[in-house]
Ligand binder design. Sequence first.
Ligand code: UDP
Length: 323
Amino acid sequence: MRVLVVGGAGYIGSHVAHALRRRNHEVVIYDNLSTGHAALAQGFELIVGDISDSAEVSSALRRVDAVMHFAACAYVGESVANPRKYFQNNVVGGLALLNAVVDSKVRKFIFSSTCAVYGVPVRVPITEENPRLPVNPYGVSKLMFERALEAYEQAYGLRFVSFRYFNAAGADEDGKAGEDHNPETHLIPSAFEAIHGERPPLEIYGNDYPTQDGTCVRDYIHVSDLADAHVLGLEYLEQGHSAALNLGTGKGHSVRDVISTIERITGRAIPKRMAARRAGDPPELVADPSLAERTLHWKARRSFEEIVATAWNWAESRRALIR
Ligand code: UDP
């Protein structure tokens, strides 16, 4: 299939572009490069454009069979401080893209959603049945888009897969793509920056949560496992169904666990200190990934150690390039 990968110069989108190519799909990347990097789109056709530019999107849509949408803002903390940015980009911009899609012949759509749509879950591990009650504007913006997809399926025959990612982490084993945000806020790359003295000591956001060691628990999934699921999602759409699926491993790691695994694997101490809770952070988010496993015949195969090791190798090779 020919696939328009919107946001394909970003962290997750670029991994998916490579995974699609490995399965012989044709990829066109569409990205405004606001947070993405042209280097991550290297080797692919890149259209530099904005999702709200309907004329540019429509012309790209004439050449493809399916769309994958990764172009969004994705920081919980920033969404609390600056919600209008999140509603503008993720909802207003996202709907402009979606409307261009339904005005075209394309009826297959894959959406990067998030476990943040669940808010503070009623039960952990989280199934797709958990009520969607987000507790931060980022989660709300993604839920609004999920709702639009559901309505558009009914009204316009759009078929979609909403993938609710847990914590995407790690880097491609071939070193072609990895995480590169500026400023970095995610836990694992932030810990690497602290190791190198590129930021003040890593702050542990809260140690009074109702979890085993008091720090937040998350389900970290290797970005290459996420990418594999997207390729299978595309094949699933060909069967004419829609779905909303959790993508996680089913295993939780506390912030303290993450820190000690990084220290063990890298052999380096992370300068760190305790800090207040970060607004909008639920205590524990761990997936029940069984619906995705059954629906797509998929499973997250890479371990947490591989996540840390590949992320470290990527970050070190980037540092060597910059130096
Ligand atoms: N976290 C932390 N210090 C940091 C960054 C993150 O303690 O400098 C915690 C954060 O509170 C959350 C977990 O690490 O519980 C993962 O956060 P991240 O920002 O990587 O992903 P999110 O869960 O927000 O998608």
